[in-house]
Design a binder for this molecule. Structure first.
Ligand SMILES: NC(=O)c1ccc[n+]([C@@H]2O[C@H](COP(=O)([O-])OP(=O)(O)OC[C@H]3O[C@@H](n4cnc5c(N)ncnc54)[C@H](O)[C@@H]3O)[C@@H](O)[C@H]2O)c1
Ligand SMILES: O=C(O)[C@H](O)COP(=O)(O)O
Length: 643
């Protein structure tokens, strides 16, 4: 399954006449080199297996990149290879499971045009023929070397009369073939390029899905990260509606490397920018980007979204999404996903640690020790057992902290603007002042909505008990920092821990400025509440999975700005329509389908105040006019098709 941003490019008619495709076998049709695999099989249990296989691989590579003549590379490899006839069926089975993914995906293309495809390989017919036969490619379209065997079935070498065993063998073979019409060569090796160099092909495509060789890529007319890309460029029928390698991902603020790995494994192009980008910088980088990955710092504003001409989804690799203009993204059909619980525990653990550290005045004592001052005293230090912890914002973090705090003997009070399940013995406060007046320690875990700006200001701080402690691990703008600094300086508050700030440095190279610096019993941390190995790894898996599911199936479960739909397995084609939520759009979609006699297999609709999200599964038979008409339905924001 795949998606179509521009449906006019979908299901094109084949170019006529179709050019001849000369496709290399090793590392192109299959993901691996056949001889390397054969060596691995033949040397099973051999003490020098790794060494010999390594030598063979190195010789293969030198032959492929052109640094060793092909015939020498082949001779030297076969001399090292203790293979026998009975190893070949094992190899064939292995290779059948290692056909390149994009070739497997487009099996129907090969089945449809067998007469236009030749496999021209310096590998061996004995293992190539049975593998490509599964794709409808006949033996007479396989041009490859053949092994020689001794009486005991041991492979002794190759047939020297076969032109493919010689240097320039592919050139000789193409001359013999004498094809009339356009000839395109697809391969990963230098010998594939040489066909084009010799004037026997119109185009050479470097196939880099499995391996990318600099010398080969440098000489290619086009680089193909997948066979889909070849089909797409040549408007040939393909299984995906859009090559995944054309989907560009831009990752900012260093999410865990796993995120890039997952996107790359899906076939997307991934670019990373360490640190954040400001609005102007992001406006310059966002054009052509399909997936944007950010953390808490990057502001995705309306101006940024105006420049985002291909954006499908935004991944917030964190919990907070207040840095994104969610409504504007939604109006443009851009779905936003975050990781709502992947770092929850990390923040809870930090908060608990901070409570204990502040209750024992560690921020003062530790620097003194480092300065050589021994200040043993119990003054101002207390146990947290029995103390009242006031949690403001009883969401995922607040409620989990509630459980952990009770486990260490604290009495929990909480205040939330929404009705929340009261956990354990926690006591609900009806108003914020009610909580502030009672708590020994107040900890903030509200979300970053604009209305929460200065939720805790001078008046609220004044309501807190003398000597009380304040924690802000939520968002910087929630606390009026100058007022907090004043309350600490005056001694009204006994301490504070602050992890988040109204302005945070863009990178680690920028300095940190705050009125809170240098104040007694204050723990300052650089927005690291969620920065643990576990949390970052979880986030880096959670967010790409949601985004890829959305792109591949239309599933919007857990999107923070789209109507959430958990879809059943796709049947045949899936039409995904995002439109402004005005009356009558669904009816118009269905009128188009009815007018074109398209059979609906299933239809799912969900709306919110701004948009409607309708998914229609239809049967195989439909023509391009339907798609065109659906795109033209009034109030359409985005439309795509999954095959
Ligand atoms: N320091 C960090 O590194 C870090 C890490 C993760 C999350 N966070 C931040 O922590 C905060 C909480 O995260 P969460 O996952 O628990 O979010 P959540 O959405 O699950 O919970 C937030 C709760 O706050 C309540 N709330 C909102 N405004 C309120 C108000 N004015 N008064 C009382 N209650 C209010 C909401 O009803 C909700 O129950 C968010 O701001 C998030 O961005 C910070
Ligand atoms: O919203 C969050 O999850 C936290 O604020 C963490 O943000 P970060 O990923 O930028 O550290």
């Amino acid at each position: 399954m795949g998606f179509v941003p521009d449906i006019t490019a979908a299901m094109p008619q084949p170019t006529t006449p179709l050019p001849y495709l000369i496709i290399d076998f090793d590392s192109t049709f299959t993901q691996v080199e056949g001889l390397d695999e054969l060596a691995d099989i033949a040397l099973q249990g051999h003490p020098d297996r790794e060494k010999v296989v390594g030598e063979i691989r190195a010789l293969t590579d030198r032959g492929m990149s052109g640094s060793l003549s092909f015939s020498e590379s082949l001779q030297q490899r076969l001399a090292l290879l203790p293979a026998r006839r009975e190893h070949l069926p094992v190899l064939v089975e292995q290779l059948k499971g290692k056909v390149s993914e994009s070739i497997v995906r487009n099996r129907s293309f090969f089945e449809r045009f067998p007469g236009r495809v030749y496999i021209v390989s310096s590998g061996f017919r004995e293992f190539i023929e049975p593998v490509v036969a599964d794709f409808g490619i006949q033996a007479d379209h396989v041009l490859a070397n053949t092994f020689t065997f001794d009486q005991d079935g041991r492979i002794t070498g190759f047939d020297p009369d076969n032109v493919l065993s010689r240097d320039g063998g592919k050139i000789l073979q193409l001359r013999e073939l004498d094809l009339s019409g356009d000839v395109y060569v697809l391969g990963d090796g230098y010998t594939d390029y040489q066909i084009r160099e010799a004037g026997l092909a119109n185009r050479f495509y470097a196939f880099t899905e499995n391996i990318s060789r600099e010398a080969v890529v440098a000489r290619a007319d086009e680089v193909l990260p997948s066979f889909d890309e070849f089909l797409y460029q040549n408007k040939l029928p393909m299984t995906l509606s859009y090559p995944k390698n054309r989907i560009k991902v831009l990752l900012l603020e260093n999410p865990d490397v796993r995120a890039a790995e997952l996107f790359r494994a899906e076939g997307y192009q991934v670019d990373s920018v360490p640190g954040g980008l400001d609005e102007e910088e992001l406006m310059e980088r966002i054009e052509g980007v399909s997936i944007l990955g950010i953390r808490s710092k990057t502001q995705v504003t309306q101006r940024v979204l105006d420049k985002a001409n291909r954006l499908i989804a935004i991944g917030a690799f964190c919990i907070g999404t207040n840095q994104i203009d969610l409504t504007e993204a939604m109006k443009r059909g851009v779905a936003v996903f975050n990781a709502p619980f992947s770092n929850t525990r990390s923040v809870v653990e930090l908060a608990l640690g901070e409570i204990i550290m502040l209750a024992r005045r560690i921020p003062e004592k530790s620097p003194k020790m480092h300065a050589g001052e021994w200040d043993k005293s119990a003054k101002g230090s207390f146990e947290i057992r029995g103390k009242k912890l006031g949690i403001v914002g009883y969401g995922n973090i607040g409620s989990q902290l509630s459980v952990v705090a009770e486990a260490v003997g604290m009495q929990v009070l909480y205040y939330d603007v929404a009705e929340k399940l009261q956990l354990g013995n926690a006591v609900r406060c009806r108003t914020l002042p009610e909580l502030l007046q009672q708590a020994d320690i107040v900890t903030l875990h509200v979300d970053g909505r604009k209305d929460n700006t200065n939720l805790i200001g001078a008046a609220e701080l004044a309501m807190m008990k003398p000597g009380a402690i304040l924690l802000n691990n939520a968002r910087g703008h929630v606390v009026d920092v100058p007022a907090l600094a004043a309350a600490l300086r005056s001694g009204h508050l006994g301490g504070a821990a602050v992890d988040v700030f109204p302005y945070e440095p863009k990178t680690n190279d920028e300095g940190f400025e705050s009125e809170l610096r240098g104040l007694p019993n204050v723990l300052l941390t650089p927005h690291i509440g969620g920065s643990t190995a576990e949390a970052q790894r979880n986030i880096a898996e959670f967010v790409p999975e949601r985004i890829m599911q959305y792109i591949n199936t239309g599933n919007t479960q857990q999107s923070v700005n789209f109507p959430n739909i958990q879809l059943p397995t796709q049947q045949a084609h899936r039409l995904i329509h995002i439109h402004a939520n005005v009356p009558g759009v669904l009816a118009r979609i269905n009128n188009v389908l009815a007018a074109h006699h398209v059979n609906i297999l299933g239809q799912y609709l969900k709306t919110n105040e701004q948009i409607g999200y309708v998914i229609t599964d239809i049967n195989q038979e439909y023509d391009q006019e339907v798609i065109k008409a659906l795109r033209e339905v009034e109030h359409t924001i985005k439309f795509r098709v999954l095959y």
